[in-house]
Design a protein around this ligand. Structure first.
Ligand code: SAH
Length: 401
């Protein structure tokens, strides 16, 4: 195996030795021989110690995405080994699930590759040039190990441009289903794999749907940013007295309503198309002599990421504070606020600070009764901070002013 070598500047190896697979172009001292974009290189520190092998791309700020510490060949055996380990991880930590993220890029030691499993259908995303070039090989190994009925490519992410890749969606194997029926915790969902969010729907809350639903028995529940009703439908099945879901997307509300019928719980759950900010504002505005009467036992807040970069964190925090302030006013004493933040740039501590500042302003005392993270099919490797993004808490509202 004759590989070109990427030599790093002094001081640039530590992060990589600790397990982070990205080599930034600014860390590179020089290349020992010219290399084509998408090809495999070996990376060494300035003292010529081997750090690993990975895909090279001169057009990306992440010039090398390391795949292995040893000088292994990146061939079908390599993918078979990595995919088998990923499947094993899901069997171990989500033994009853039939739909989940099968491969989660860096957290499965496969930077640049995501594969989601929706029942018998696989949906893949390649966000690095090296992975993108190897799609045929990846499809072959996935077919060999999982025997899916179809494999789709959902490569319509804007981030591909940073690798010089175009946006494209296609069917890589089999026939594309228009809608795929899947089970999450025994409830039926339908995912629009060609058009829906991300690769069709959000799989990262699978474990939390069931956990939050444990608070729902006999409760009046509000699910804000409900999308297909993940939290709402689980709460209704768990015995909620009534569940109200709100999402600004008409299509999502229509789909969630169909799912409530399909799961036989339409008598207990209802979805409304509205902007959550406006809706909460209208429910919490009082006239001069009016007093607000809280009506909910459980409120769930699972908004989209309000920030895509560090620069907009301030604005995002204002948004998070606003919805918490208003939600807290609507929760009965002894009720539960279950709240999530999927922005990588707002960490667990900062998120709780925002919640507490909303509690202070509304004169509520919160008792934390649960902490949540992303489901185990989206594993977190602490040495790679980018693998952790979803955090959530449940609080009991102890005191109301
Ligand atoms: N809880 C959902 C995921 C929510 S994703 C689940 O578990 O599947 C975020 C959702 O918020 C999207 O469906 C989007 O349509 C909706 N959304 C974004 N901004 C909104 C707003 N201001 N008001 C209401 N819904 C909004």
């Amino acid at each position: 195996m004759n590989l070109s070598t990427v030599l790093l500047k002094p001081g640039e190896a530590d992060r990589i030795i600790s397990g982070h697979p990205w080599v930034y172009s600014s860390s590179i001292l020089r290349l020992t021989a010219p290399v084509e974009d998408g090809h495999v290189v070996q990376v060494k520190d300035h003292r010529q110690r081997l750090l690993g092998v990975g895909f090279y791309n001169s057009r990306s700020k992440i010039a090398v995405r390391l795949l292995d510490r040893d000088r292994v060949e990146i061939n079908s055996d390599f993918f078979r080994r990595r995919f088998t380990a990923a499947i094993e991880h899901r069997r171990r930590y989500l033994p009853n699930a039939t739909s989940y993220r099968l491969i989660n890029a860096e957290s499965d030691l496969l930077s640049g590759l995501i594969v989601d499993k929706y029942g018998d259908v696989l949906v893949l995303q390649t966000s690095s040039l090296g992975m993108d070039q190897r799609k045929p090989l990846i499809v072959d190994i996935l077919r060999e190990l999982l025997n899916p009925v179809a494999i789709l490519e959902r490569n319509d992410m804007a981030g591909r441009k940073f690798e010089g890749l175009p946006e494209c969606n296609s069917v890589l194997y089999g026939e594309a289903p228009t809608e795929t029926a899947i089970q999450l915790n025994g409830l039926e969902f339908t995912a629009d794999l060609a058009e829906g969010h991300k690769t069709g729907m959000y799989l990262d809350q699978q474990v939390n749907y069931a956990a939050v639903a444990e608070f729902a028995k006999g409760a009046v529940v509000l699910d804000c940013f409900s999308f297909l009703g993940g939290f709402a439908l689980h709460a209704a099945r768990a015995g909620a007295r009534h569940v109200h879901g709100i999402d600004q997307s008409e299509a999502a509300v229509a789909a969630a309503t169909r799912l409530a019928i399909r799961n036989g719980i339409a008598d207990r759950v209802q979805f409304e198309t509205a902007n959550v900010f406006d809706w909460l504002k209208s429910k919490t505005s009082t006239g001069p002599n009016e007093r607000l009467v809280p009506v909910y036992d459980v409120i769930i807040l699972d908004p989209p990421s309000f920030t895509r970069n560090r620069a907009s964190v301030e604005d995002a925090l204002r948004g998070y504070k606003e919805i918490h302030l208003r939600a807290l006013k609507l929760i009965k004493p002894g009720g539960i606020l279950a709240t999530f933040c999927c922005s990588h740039h707002v960490d667990r501590q900062l998120f709780e600070e925002v919640i507490l500042s909303a509690a202070y302003d509304t004169q509520k005392l919160l008792r934390r009764v649960a902490s949540y993270t992303q489901s185990p099919d989206h594993p977190v490797i602490p040495a790679i901070p980018e693998t952790e993004y979803l955090k959530g808490y449940a609080y009991e509202v102890l005191r109301t002013a």
